[in-house]
Ligand binder design. Sequence first.
Ligand code: JEK
Length: 254
Amino acid sequence: MKVDIISIFPDYFAPLDLSLIGKARTTGTLNLSVHDLRTWTHDVHRTVDDSPYGGGPGMVMRPEPWGQALDAVGSPGATLVVPSPVGKPFTQAGAHELAGLDHLVFACGRYEGIDQRVIDEAADRMPVREVSLGDYVLFGGEVAVIVILEAITRLLPGVLGNADSLTEESHAAGLLEAPVYTKPVSWRDREVPDVLRSGDHGRIARWRRDQSMLRTLTRRPDMWADYPPENLDKKDRKALLEAGFQIPPGRVAE
Ligand code: JEK
């Protein structure tokens, strides 16, 4: 996959030399280039921003450098990804979609964002996705691009060592995962749950399923509300009742 990142802070992307993203780059799985937006300025001050039409606080990124930058790094098959506090939520499904594309261009805004005409004009020529990481406000798109790129890169063929880890993820989809433990069996007077050392794979699966349901119910009521009732069987219902949760009629398949 080819990836181009355009930013006024190219140094933000130094961590992309490290760890599994760095490895994906050296092996050729990920062909990543970072570009300084100021390359496409022509005044002595290398200006990229100006005051907003209509008034208001802060500055807005001027369209001309962005237009030239996108002309220079774009390709016929490229998709433009623009992190924005008003974008559509970036999800694991979105990561899978982007991971299937050949060329991604990331546009990192700063200040109050990029002149909207840049996004609108690009959308006449290529697919454009304005995405948000969540409902909080960052200084700019750089950190969001690192997050998005990390989510995508681990889905690229050959990046994850354990070929099973991705298939297991899709099975678990819809519920949070159970807690995990490793050695030592006792640490600071805290023990690994006996069931995980029992060797009884049926009991272990049951315990993990119960933990998943209880975690989801208490931490992510939004996910629990979306979980298909037909995916909950009689044993699931029993476990939830024993844990003290009232399940509204129809929430659980009989
Ligand atoms: C890209 C610039 C900073 C800060 C104006 C917006 C309501 C008014 C832009 N999940 C995410 N949060 N933030 C971003 C993100 C932030 C960015 C840019 C992404 C480019 N900024 C900025 C304030 C405002 N406010 C919120 C009040 C606009 C992001 C992602 N992805």
